[in-house]
Design a protein around this ligand. Sequence first.
Ligand code: SAM
Length: 280
Amino acid sequence: MSAIDNLPPLREVIATHQLSARKSLGQNFLLDLNLTAKIARQAGDLSNCDVLEIGPGPGGLTRGLLSEGARKVVAVEKDTRCIAALNDIAAAYPGRLEVINGDALEINPLEHLTPPIRIAANLPYNVGTELLVRWLTPPEWPPFWQSLTLMFQREVAERIVAQPGSKAYGRLAILAQWRAEARIAMSLPPGAFTPPPKVSSAVVHLTALPQPRYPADAATLSRVVAFAFNQRRKMLRASLKGIAPDIEDRLRAAGIQPTERAEQVPLEAFCALAREVQNP
Ligand code: SAM
């Protein structure tokens, strides 16, 4: 029996179902159930929430989320080998775990979830950033999720919470901080995973804002930031040249010096610039 429920320890689950980790699927498993329960607690009060989990694997975080009281967990796993192990968890928590065997990039899990919804995952590194950008750029305010509690490589986590003037500051920081309150909630060394990855990891917790931190059109802000950071070493008057006529005037109107570099410009000024760029 395990530390948090009546199911077998994860090493036993992995042996029974022959779940040797596959690099191609970004499989670095968390086998310490005290740790997965701790990560689940970072997601906040789960008792009246549905939780979307991407990539449950053998189910360590899934069990953490369920034992911490999630109303329901919808778990989307691409690796068919994991499904029998996940179905055993579903049987131990009747009516509270729905397992979907599929690719998180292809399916829309929304029809399986009832608000309020939180998302929690130890994400596969190869699709993690793409999923995050999708969750950060839906058209609706507030988004369908109340919070995101996500494990990333430390370097990606730092890009999400980065402030102007730092090397990590860029598109991810701007999209995340425009839409949410973002903080690093936990740091984990490689040895916390099986097999250990090459780099350290961190859990980022993002709480959705009810409305944009500063007014701006989402698509225009995205475009401005993509242009600005695409050539981050250039002065903004050069990197943004193609985006709108009279770009130097628009930069000045937004309170930005045309000779500044993207790395120095705070989110509020990027939002002002997006409004200027939208002006005819
Ligand atoms: N949650 C488990 C844990 O913490 O031990 C496993 C995390 S492991 C880093 C990532 C998981 O995502 C693997 O189980 C992998 O099979 C799954 N995965 C990879 N690509 C996926 C995709 N496109 N859609 C859904 N799951 C995916």
